[in-house]
Design a protein around this ligand. Structure first.
Ligand code: GAR
Length: 190
């Protein structure tokens, strides 16, 4: 068992809020089929539910509430120290600089609440409802220098019904995110 664990990819997660995607990544990591383990989590906001979850589950955690330059400098150090193989952004609401991406050199994954390339950026659910889209969904993709534009690793479509509003759509999509993200990450690791 110990030996198997040793071969698993070391994943770091960046969060900014509730961290429900982080929790689902962590829960999946405990399954036998998981090819990764969650080594650390970093939040750029104070007192997040995600960090509370990390503390309760004894996951090494950091809260770095610095401006982006300093945040990147500190977090690169931590990622190197903990020999992280893959970084997962999970509701991380900052844009990482090209400098950071180049320095880290390892894959960075992100989950975005829309059917990319549609609806890049913020407030995706409000925009999907306002534009009367028939479908929305979520996408897991690699992070590159352009916002929400890296190679797609997985996507799930969700139907928008007449009764949906931004909140109900968010809920429906989040449920799918929790399945899509760990599975896309696991498939990405070969
Ligand atoms: C998720 O819906 C995620 O896709 C979105 O924020 C939410 C975070 O929820 N991410 C973005 O909008 C990134 N641009 P969580 O903190 O409960 O995982």
């Amino acid at each position: 068992m110990e030996k198997l664990n040793f071969n698993k990819k070391r994943v770091a997660v960046f969060i900014s809020g509730k961290g429900t995607n982080f929790k689902s990544l962590y829960k999946f990591s405990k399954l036998k089929k998981s090819k990764y383990k969650i080594t650390i989590v970093i939040s750029n906001k104070k007192n997040t539910l995600g960090i509370a979850f990390a503390k309760n589950n004894r996951i090494k955690n950091f809260t770095l509430i610095d401006k982006i330059n300093l945040f990147e400098k500190k977090s690169i150090k931590i990622l190197k120290k903990y020999k992280i193989d893959i970084l997962c952004l999970a509701g991380f609401m900052r844009i990482l600089s090209v400098n950071f991406i180049n320095k880290f050199k390892k894959p960075i994954l992100n989950i975005h609440p829309s059917l990319l390339p549609k609806l890049k950026g913020l407030n995706t659910h409000e925009r999907a409802i306002k534009r009367k889209h028939k479908f929305s969904g979520c996408t897991v993709h690699l992070v590159n220098a352009r916002l929400d534009s890296g190679k797609k690793l997985g996507q799930v479509k969700v139907k928008i019904t007449k009764n949906d509003n931004a909140k109900s759509l968010e809920k429906k999509i989040l449920r799918q995110e929790h399945i899509l993200y760990p599975n896309s990450l696991n498939n990405f690791i070969n």
